[in-house]
Ligand binder design. Structure first.
Ligand code: NIG
Ligand code: FE
Length: 415
């Protein structure tokens, strides 16, 4: 079925455009760009053509023979949410891990004993590309209903050339068949696989030589991630690896300072697009990040799942850094996969304004993925829109994430 060229969506009581907000620093709600009162959005093809007074656009829509998506009642419009850090390509449960963590075993202790990430690697290796693809589609479908229209997805549970390629091909295939846009990241450097004979440096060289050229050739990902931690990769090994991947023209991002500081300094040194986690960052790392262009990404779902401190979002913003918020949806540390609930909890715990929370899952999340065509509502942006059944944006996070969008449009199509 071909989609009609023009659509008029509305009227909305408020359209919170998120357009023109600064990438870095604290944001008060007074700075939120809001178009108030009976506003319509005219979409042409996949993009927003105009935002304006509903009655005026109604006349234009008539001339254009546009389809009318009329909303009865009070609605607030937000840009589609962007989840800039997930691991939703995996197979199998880690419920036992979760139970033993709650019963007192530490995440790193479980990992050292061969559970944790390695358990998901074992299960993911056994799954076919089609099974992985079905898992992505099922999880992305849930995210889409909850307003997430763009999802970053990492590999990292394959940890061999064959299985990493299988994961990345599953992500690419899912992208073709599902309305949500997926951005793939190669996380072959999640941990050194237990069955690799050699030191971490040798494993990383092996990845560079045998996997990354194929990732390029098949156009599977243009982003590289690495987990820097005692139980994963050292700063020095990561520096050599990432420098090579930059030479190969990949963008880089780092799982940094989750339990121990170290990764974020390397992110700044190498000009990574983002440093994600940062639960263990101290004043020193906060100041360093604030002076750089690296976007800090908070992952409240992992803090909730592990039962540890939240990323110091307030301090980062006050120091002048940016802040994106992502779900980290994965089978181990963050199995919930609910971006709105997690962003709301981070907001309440870290004392973030609604503007800061919203920017974290819209415009600042888009910048994390270097996407300039979304995360805001303005003419030329993608028609990724959410209609929340309320008359003021404050209502949305007052429900702590449980007020869901009643309607979601992706690329101008209602989904
Ligand atoms: O972002 N910290 C490392 N990686 C993931 C967890 C992966 C897992 O436990 O399976 C994270 O939390
Ligand atoms: Fe992660």
């Amino acid at each position: 079925m071909t989609q009609p060229q023009h659509k008029l969506i509305g009227p909305f009581k408020q359209v919170v455009t998120m357009a023109g907000l600064p990438l870095k620093g604290a944001l008060s709600d007074e700075t939120l760009p809001i178009i108030e009162g009976e506003t319509g959005i005219l979409v042409s093809g996949q993009h927003i053509a105009q935002i304006g007074k509903y009655s005026d656009l109604r006349k234009e829509a008539g001339a254009l023979k546009a389809e009318i998506h009329h909303l009865d009642g009070d609605y607030v419009c937000l840009p589609g949410f962007i989840d800039a850090h997930t691991h939703i390509c995996f197979h199998g449960s880690r419920a036992r891990d979760y139970a033993s963590r709650n019963a007192g075993k530490a995440y790193l202790e479980i990992a050292k004993a061969g559970g944790g990430i390695w358990e998901s690697v074992t299960k993911t290796r056994k799954a076919s590309q089609q099974i992985l693809e079905a898992g992505i589609i099922q999880r992305a479908g849930r995210h889409l209903k909850e307003g997430v229209t763009t999802i970053e997805i990492k590999s990292g549970y394959g940890l061999s050339v064959t299985d990493e390629l299988k994961m990345l091909r599953a992500i690419k295939a899912a992208d073709k068949s599902h309305p949500v846009d997926f951005v793939a990241t190669c996380l072959a450097a999640h941990v050194k696989p237990r069955d690799f004979d050699g030191e971490q440096e040798v494993y990383l060289e092996h990845i560079c030589e045998k996997l990354l050229p194929l990732v390029k050739k098949e156009n599977l990902a243009n982003r590289i991630d690495i987990f820097i931690e005692d139980s994963a990769f050292s700063v020095d090994a990561a520096r050599t690896y990432l420098a090579k991947t930059i030479e190969m023209d990949f963008e880089i991002t780092i799982h940094a300072d989750q339990f121990n500081p170290g990764g974020s300094a390397l992110a700044v040194e190498l000009g990574a697009v983002s440093a994600d986690h940062l639960e263990a960052s101290t004043e020193k790392e906060i100041t360093m990040l604030a002076k750089s262009d690296v976007i800090p990404v908070a992952l409240p779902g992992a803090s909730i799942g592990i039962g540890c401190a939240f990323t110091p979002g307030r301090k980062l913003l006050d120091a002048g850094a940016s802040l994106a918020i992502a779900s980290d949806w994965n089978p181990g540390s963050a199995p919930m996969g609910d971006l709105m609930v997690q962003a709301a909890i981070l907001g309440a715990s870290e004392k973030l304004s609604n503007a800061e929370v919203l920017a974290g899952i819209t415009c600042r999340a888009a910048a994390t993925l270097q996407l300039t065509d979304r995360g805001k509502l303005e003419s030329g942006a993608l028609g990724d829109l959410l209609a929340f059944p309320c008359d003021h944006y404050n209502e949305i996070f007052w429900h702590q994430g449980k007020l869901r969008p009643e309607k979601v449009w992706k690329n101008g199509m209602v989904v």
